[in-house]
Design a protein around this ligand. Sequence first.
Ligand SMILES: Cc1ncc(COP(=O)(O)O)c(C=O)c1O
Length: 491
Amino acid sequence: MTPEEFRTAGHALIDWIADHRARVEELPVRSRVGPGEISGELKAGPPQVGEPIEALLEDLERVVVPGLTQTQSPNFYGWFPSNGSLASVLGDVASGGLAGLGATWQSAPALTELEEVVCAWLQELTGLPESWRGTLQDTSSTGCLVALLAARERASDYAQETGGLQAEPAPLMVYTSPHAHASVFKAALLAGFGRDNLRLIDVDPVTYAMDPEALRTAMAADAAAGRRPAAVVVNLGTTGTTAFDPLSSIVPVAAEHGAWIHIDAAMAGSALLLPECRWMIEGLEGADSLSWNPHKWLGTILDCSLLYLRRPEQVIRVMATDPSYLRSSVDGTVTQFRDWGIPLGRRFRALKLWFHLRLDGLDAIRARLRRDLENTAWLAEHIARTPRWRVLAPVRLQTICLRHEPTGTVTADGTVLDPVALDAHTLRWLEAVNASGRAFLTPSVLDDRWMVRISLGAEGTERRHVEELWNLIRRSAEEDDVPLRPERPGP
Ligand SMILES: Cc1ncc(COP(=O)(O)O)c(C=O)c1O
């Protein structure tokens, strides 16, 4: 493809994307395709002779769009927001167009230095300590793995340089909440700690936040038994209920054992742009690393995850490589981001964040986050004051955990009388909502019972959408009064 051919095809593609976004609200939110349907449609092999862009756009429209759950729809309330602001999409296009190779500073100085600049912007905008430094990772899963690898090495006095974990005389321990995201457990296992050495600390039964006294007891017991506390993963905004582990109480407990503190704020980090939400990082100075995802609520298109480090040299010592073919005369005076994480080659990921912040501007971004908090408070209040509806966890940001309780299933004080009927009802009315195509919500298990999460924050969600959602879920749940057994046995 020549640059002139690219120009023509690119204009057509951008027009198509703009049209798609303009009508995304009209599409069914949950994809209706079945397994294998998409691949079945695309079975023909690649053409011998190049096709016109129109043929591809037609397939995007006909085959690909129906095969997506429309996360950019204002009626998307599933998992967590996965916003892809159009400003950031342009940055991603620029990144692909420039096709820089981020392997060393020398291979693309702008790629490194723009990443340093946007990370520093967000560091200041979110009130992180000035002395910390940030880098971009693909996801929070990777950020957590990088942090736990560094924690493992610090706790083992850099055992990777000798016999590694296999030569360690006593197990290294990791602590987190049972409500941590699955990626935290995965990172601990991938980092070689072993499931037996992963302690899930009790949480408060009302707030679902980690109990710092239980953490103190567990760490002390391990230390007394000769095991070595290596890391605590603190969850600021858990996936299930948006619970906040009490960072400022956890920091001194972990410090007694010299354990690394990694903070997973994948979702909630966006709220740090609002000064009124900074309560969540009180005590941060005593932590070692924090990760959050602009690719969630903030709206920088996937993949874009920030990892901030108190002492980057502790990660660099674990991650650095120095092959002769990557050396240059500026080594030692510049940042080499390849040493701050796992991959060598980096994409120009910072561009999409830069475009997003510059084209949309902070005022609009902050106004949108505050709009979502207000809409969430409005909806939570309506749910809480409506008979037979219950809000199941404190609403700290933009996610509501709720349940509708048909007659005879739950007492007024919340004691569940008929768990099977209650779970069946929850899953059934939720499925009716999702099958309607008019909204998409995800279920989750809390205290052994199915519940429904409404996670507000899609870029286009205005109050009218939230009002429509409330009417829709009320109708769906209140019309469903014939208890059946759930398709899947209980949680
Ligand atoms: C609290 C929390 N941590 C980590 C993750 C993993 O994020 P990523 O997809 O960037 O790995 C998620 C994803 O939703 C999350 O909610």
